[in-house]
Design a protein around this ligand. Structure first.
Ligand code: PHE
Length: 350
């Protein structure tokens, strides 16, 4: 009897050691220790043995069962660890790979990117950015800005009117007045945004974008304007650029100027390396980029009760077209390309 027990034990131990999967091991457990297996049956029959055999057989069978249970548990742990190792090996994830989706889709429109670049330059110079309404009172768009009642821009042929005294702003300059009503001096602001004019050709669209600038204090001069715009021109068009001011007229600045930047195609010489005339600046060496001037005392008078006594304060203002800046800088020949939304055009500026 004891021999049989040892035989079962040896056989089972060999089989357990050779099991290669947890499923096979479970099968062995059922075969050797399950309810119908031989060893447990032997144990159950111990009570019927002659008393002198019971002790030895019982002990041997119990030991065999415990030994097999322990073997199965140990082999099970081994197989589990091996299976885990294998699964980890198979599932290995490279955490250094880029996430999915990997690449960002799309990019800013060139006009948005240009606007932000301009904003960055002026923020760096200490200007705040403010936005205002595109549907504007004629009062802010024209009257407060010292426009003569007969000024041609007021004409219905040039301006989109919503009603007799409400219109789509034709420039960002009305923000000068709105902001001076809200902020006492000193102020240094820029006002980016959309503007509207009844115009349509290769260099005019009915809607376009401007950035207005306004700085007011007790001692702001034309030299501050020139220095500010020189810093702007160099940031956008290159460190070697210069600016020049030419006399001009705007109703709301006095004196008024047009500002030119030295041509970046011919380095201001007006001629290309081969001696031909520079086409960008038409041989002049200068490119017009914006309008500006010293705030007209009549404009300050309009906001006098908000802290802008024309005898006390002075300041400069400027206004530029964002499309124009982007066209010059990137050699874009037709304004309408910005709005056609042809991806082949837009993708060049990603
Ligand atoms: N508002 C003017 C325009 O649209 C530009 C400008 C702004 C001129 C501020 C002088 C001062 O043409």
């Amino acid at each position: 009897m004891i021999d049989r027990i040892e035989q079962i034990r040896a056989e089972a131990e060999r089989a357990i050691g050779a099991a290669t999967t947890l499923a096979a091991l479970e099968e062995l457990r059922v075969r050797h220790l399950g309810r119908k297996a031989e060893l447990p049956n032997l144990l159950r029959g111990v009570a019927e043995l002659p008393p002198e055999q019971r002790g030895a057989v019982g002990r041997a069978a119990n030991e065999a069962r415990q030994a097999l249970e322990a073997r199965i548990a140990a082999r099970g742990a081994e197989l589990e660890a091996a299976e885990l190792r294998e699964r980890l090996e198979r599932d290995r994830a490279d955490v250094t790979l880029p996430g999915s989706p990997a690449a960002p889709i799309g990019h800013l429109h060139l006009l948005t990117a240009t606007r932000r670049e301009i904003e960055d330059v002026f923020c760096g110079l200490g200007f705040e950015v403010h936005e205002g309404p595109e549907v504007e009172l004629a009062t802010y768009n024209f009257d407060a800005l010292n426009h003569d009642p007969a000024h041609p821009a007021r004409a219905r042929t040039d301006t989109f009117y919503v009603s007799d005294d409400v219109l789509l702003r034709t420039h960002t300059s009305p923000m000068q007045v709105r902001m001076m009503q809200q902020h006492p001096p000193p102020i240094a602001h820029i006002y980016p945004g959309r503007v509207y004019r009844r115009d349509s050709d290769a260099t005019h669209t009915p809607q376009f974008h401007q950035v207005e600038g306004l700085a007011v204090d007790v001692d702001i001069t034309l030299a501050d304007l020139k220095g500010t715009l020189l810093a702007f021109a160099r940031s956008i068009f290159g460190d070697e650029r210069n600016v020049r001011l030419r006399p001009h007229f705007f109703p709301f600045t006095e004196p008024s100027v047009e500002v030119d930047v030295s041509c970046f195609a011919c380095r201001g010489t007006g001629a290309m390396a081969d001696g031909s005339r520079c086409r960008l600046c038409k041989g002049t060496g200068w490119i017009e980029i914006l309008g500006a001037g010293m705030v007209d005392p009549n404009v300050f008078a309009y906001v006098r009760e908000h802290g802008y006594d024309p005898e006390q304060v002075q300041g400069f203002a400027f206004g530029m077209g964002i499309e124009r800046i982007a066209m010059l800088r990137h050699g874009i020949p037709d304004l309408r390309l910005f709005y056609d939304n042809d991806a082949r055009f837009l993708r060049q500026f990603g």
